[in-house]
Write a protein that binds this ligand. Structure first.
Ligand code: UGY
Ligand code: MN
Length: 261
């Protein structure tokens, strides 16, 4: 059920949800519970706000569906806001106001603070994207810059020497960047090597498969379409448990900065 599946109206059974919300700790937002939000600038779009300050995140994540003629002509971002967009499915024109790029499924763009992101659906069918924004933390002597590409052009590495876990990094490993976006992919049966506890936060959108996710030392079933917020220090690890496709998710992680006092 849920508006994202065009499956609204009364259920046969009782209302129920897998959502778990522990503000400032972790949250699981299943696809079925997402609602449509009006976000100024997004025309002919369905917008679901995922991680945000109200959940305890220092960034905002969105799932945006650009319908036919869906666009953002106002520009997304601002003077000190960096942005990242990943095309989950579809075809989209993106621009920094100077130069346009056509992104197809797997396409992505990062714009540094001060550059606004303009978007336009290029097909009659819907285009679905994962969108991110964060206040940029500058570092003297270093700068971030525009990055555009497609997942298919990136070479993954085996995550922490595990054959059946792949990791893709989307942004350069340079000090100008205060965050990175990654995809982690676990073959069925694969897992993290240990339960992580770290300073950095994550917002993760599950692109495929099924898994069991440990958050704050409790295990939860998760699947494609779920969103997970992991705050600083929360215990986190996953097993891929699907039968036929890997558990994979796109996620953000802050980096390259000394914590403030
Ligand atoms: O990069 C990470 O911290 C990543 N391994 N975390 C996670 O998957 N929850
Ligand atoms: Mn982590």
């Amino acid at each position: 059920m849920g508006y994202k599946n065009n499956n609204t109206g009364y259920l046969e059974g009782l209302l129920q949800s897998r959502a778990v919300i522990k503000k400032n700790n972790f949250a699981i937002l299943p696809h079925d519970g997402l609602v449509n939000n009006v976000v100024p600038g997004f025309d002919n779009c369905e917008c679901s706000i995922l991680g945000s300050k109200k959940l305890g995140a220092s960034f905002v994540d969105y799932l945006i569906t650009f319908k036919k003629n869906g666009e953002n002509k106002l520009g997304f971002g601002g003077p000190d806001i960096e942005t990242f967009l990943y095309v989950i499915d579809g075809k989209l024109e993106v621009s920094d106001g100077q130069e346009g790029h056509v992104l197809t499924t797997g396409g992505y763009i990062y714009l540094p603070a001060g550059e606004k992101l303009y978007m336009k659906n290029l097909q009659d069918e819907a285009t679905e994207v994962f969108l991110y924004k964060k206040r940029y933390q500058p570092l003297e002597g270093h700068e971030a810059y525009k990055v555009v590409g497609n997942l298919s052009e990136l070479t993954p590495v085996h995550y922490e020497e595990m054959d059946d876990v792949l990791l893709w990094d989307f942004l350069p490993k340079e000090l100008g960047f205060d965050m990175n976006i990654h995809i982690l992919s676990f073959e069925p049966g694969a897992s993290h090597g240990y339960i992580e506890t770290h300073y950095q936060e994550h917002g993760a959108y599950l692109l495929s498969g099924k898994g069991m996710y440990n958050l704050d030392n409790q295990w939860f079933p998760v699947e494609k379409g779920d969103y997970i917020f992991m705050s600083a220090y929360v215990q986190q690890a996953a097993y891929g448990v699907g039968r036929d496709e890997p558990l994979s998710y796109i996620y953000s992680k802050d980096c390259n900065r000394d914590p403030e006092l």
